[in-house]
Design a protein around this ligand. Structure first.
Ligand code: CP
Ligand code: NVA
Length: 308
């Protein structure tokens, strides 16, 4: 069976914990090395990753490329608009062709059904680099950052403020797999995916949905937010107006624990979902979080190649 990483639930909680442990070890082993130098064991030497982008990206694109180099392999970036996929070649045929040319495929797309179709027809591992439904690689980096800051996952209380989007869905999925608490403060009508919530609750995740931002933030170990308008969503003044009370500012951070950290997958819309004083403040861990995309994804790559 080819191992795909379309969502966190493709791996078990134990496998995710093993990936995070591997990421911590590998990051420590190459501290202060030049970023392009391969790890001493170069575990993916000779492997090629194709990356298909149907949406913009800075972090996902660069971190997967650097991750492959550090693992001793290489990556090819495909801007979907300039490929035959962009002219109507089917996903199935694209999957069949790329499976003959590369060892794994990462895709960022819109409809989650597209990544499922790609995985169905591919003979090589497919990794989710973000869909409208989920962003599992981002949550791997977030969990790594939380662990680095000395916060164990069991008993962790994570507050989400704002739009109930793809990143929140993956956070909730992680809470079910790794048994921590997510208190999602989202306006009515902008809640996370109901199926993700039900599944996480069913497997032992403690998920609170509230329209009250203060209730969400109260006593949190980690405060997380993201853009109010995700890629592909229509910009809307009415949505922004509804989101205003969920902006992460110093008053909201003061509701969380004094040693809480602030996370944001980035890009940040400073002054909208979060104020500068929080983004640039002492509790912000966002630059570690961004760097950790590399380290977390190296372990995801090793997992799909059955090295973990
Ligand atoms: N956080 C994240 O996925 O960033 P990019 O959109 O830049 O890849
Ligand atoms: N929710 C955001 C995440 C960007 C990394 C989006 O989908 O645009």
């Amino acid at each position: 069976m080819t191992r795909h990483f379309l969502g966190l639930a493709d791996a078990s909680g134990a496998a995710i914990a093993a990936m995070l442990g591997d990421a911590l070890d590998r990051k420590a082993a190459r501290a202060s090395w030049p970023k392009g130098r391969a790890d001493s064991d170069a575990p993916l030497a000779g492997r090629i990753l194709a990356m298909i982008f149907e949406k913009n990206s800075t972090r996902t694109r660069v971190s997967f490329d650097v991750a492959m180099r550090q693992l001793g392999g290489s990556a090819i970036v495909l801007d979907a608009g300039t490929t035959q996929l962009g002219r109507g070649e089917t996903i199935a045929d694209t999957a069949r062709v790329l499976s003959r040319m590369v060892d794994a495929i990462m895709i960022r797309t819109d409809d989650h059904a597209k990544i499922e179709e790609l995985a169905h027809y591919a003979d090589v591992p497919v990794i989710n680099g973000l869909t409208d439904l989920s962003h599992p690689c981002q949550i791997m980096a977030d969990l790594l950052t939380v662990l680095e800051r000395g916060k164990p996952l069991p008993g962790l209380q994570v507050a989400w403020l704002g739009d109930g989007n793809n990143v929140l869905n993956s956070l909730i999925e992680a809470a079910g797999l790794l048994k921590f608490t997510v208190r999602a403060g989202c306006p009515v009508g902008f809640e996370p995916d109901a199926a993700f919530v039900a599944k996480a609750r069913g497997s032992g995740g403690d998920i609170l949905l509230t329209a009250n931002p203060i209730e969400a933030a109260e006593g949190a170990d980690v405060v997380v937010t993201d853009t109010w308008i995700s890629m592909g969503q229509a910009d809307s003044d009415s949505k922004i107006a509804v989101m205003e009370p969920y902006r992460v500012d110093q008053a909201l951070m003061a509701r969380a624990k004094p040693d809480s950290i602030f996370l944001h997958c980035l890009p940040a819309h400073r002054g909208e979902e979060v104020v500068d004083l929080v983004v640039d403040g002492p509790q912000s861990a966002i630059w570690d979080e961004a760097e950790n995309r590399i380290h977390a994804q190296k372990s995801v790559l090793r997992w799909v190649f059955e090295q973990l």
